[in-house]
Design a protein around this ligand. Sequence first.
Ligand SMILES: Nc1ncnc2c1ncn2[C@@H]1O[C@H](COP(=O)(O)OP(=O)(O)OP(=O)(O)O)[C@@H](O)[C@H]1O
Ligand SMILES: [Mg+2]
Length: 507
Amino acid sequence: MLARVYSCALTGLSGTIIEVEVDFSSCEEPKTIVVGLPDTAVQESKERVRGAIKNSGLRSMRNRITVNLAPADLRKEGPCFDLPIAIGELACRDETWIPELDDALIVGELSLDGSVRHVRGILLIAAKAKEMGFKSVCVPACDAPEAALIPGIEVLPVHSLLELYNHFIGEQRIEPQQPCELTETTVTVRTDFSEIKGQEHVKRALEIAAAGSHNVLMNGSPGTGKTLLARALPSILPRMTLEESLDVTRIYSIEDMLPPDIPLIRTRPFRAPHHTVSYAGLVGGGNIPRPGEISLAHRGVLFLDEFPEFDPRVLEVLRQPLEDKIVTISRATGAYSFPANFMLVAAMNPCPCGYYGDPNHNCTCSEFSIQRYQKRISGPLLDRIDIQINVPRVEYEKLSGDTVGEPSAVIRERVEAARERQRVRFTGNPNVTCNSEMGPAEIRQYCRLDAEGEKLVKSLMTHYQISARAYHRLLKLARTIADLDASPAIQTRHMAEAIQYRPRAKN
Ligand SMILES: Nc1ncnc2c1ncn2[C@@H]1O[C@H](COP(=O)(O)OP(=O)(O)OP(=O)(O)O)[C@@H](O)[C@H]1O
Ligand SMILES: [Mg+2]
């Protein structure tokens, strides 16, 4: 007798349908064999399945059981095949309900007592099941709210093996999971912009960065508030659309990083990896590749504090995803792509002692060591950072004064209004959602300058060495500044402000 159960394996950021074939034949010695490139977790599955069937009060078969996971050439990881294997075995015994299994996709890890445990990547699995036309997807009960985010497929929350068995034999049907209410989560930020004294021009730069998702580098002496400003940034970032939320949730779902009882991520990620982060930790890696920090920061912020302390070779790999907004990792089994559309925010001191250029503090570094320190950030990487600003020391009067700055909520309103203008502009263009994502075609269409602006850029191009990329980035930045100003055209003052944020290498 042969039963076929459908399940799903995670491959990068998508799922692949796995056919779990269970066959039993009579034999003197009861035995279970699993074939089809299973890893150790899958191999151990037969022990869990045997225990779960026995402890659920269902009789285990005393036959030779062969389980085949097809397609055989795909590596399968993890314990999510326990439940489909167990159901397959039970179906072999009863036969009558085998046809029912054709419409369902089943995933779940089993405990020895027969209860069904959480598996990662449920959002992707449910999406795959819907795409492949399954009528229902049977998932661990604790993961059902996450699966129910995908509309148009019936989600069955399964608490135990016995419950699913009773469902299939028609004894007691499982009630489908209702889609959860999508409530707006409030952002809990440690620092509000109003608590940061002075630094008006840095706040303005961060507002522009948030409005168009531009990359920022803050440079300044120790204790001037760089880390503080960066950590306050999430409080002014625009809210995510539902599509963006699903995009982010997919990544956190396969990484098993969804907060308990929050099936959908509604706030933009803010990732701040330490400077000792490895290549694989930053861009992603592993045998079956998993996303790295740049993908976990997708649609949000990647904050690299103490920028020059990062291994230069690790930093250089950022160059490609910063342009393409996607990272591809090649393995013998194929190429895996992860989205990596993040806003880079970096902070650094100007020299090893930290006080180079500080009017109130002597720098003790040699010219050579300053140069060597600054060279740790390569030209091509700097070229990709649209906004580069100095963060000066705040005067005592300002720091000790009672003047309260503008609250984050007010700044965020302006940022969102500017984003809305961008959304309207790029409606119908699936590749671009904000100004920083514009390609040459969009730049030509939306970043026209008036005669005076043209003159300004021309004089800049002749006086300073400006690459073609820097020129395009300048136009995009000016577009965002104009959007914050609710101006349909880029005016000279917008261009002039954008130029201030660009580093200039003299000819
Ligand atoms: N503008 C400011 N308004 C209010 N508090 C500030 C300001 N700047 C700095 N501080 C205070 O100083 C502390 C240190 O600031 P922060 O850690 O951001 O400095 P930094 O520029 O990152 O320094 P380093 O270069 O050493 O990393 C903050 O936690 C805050 O208490
Ligand atoms: Mg700091």
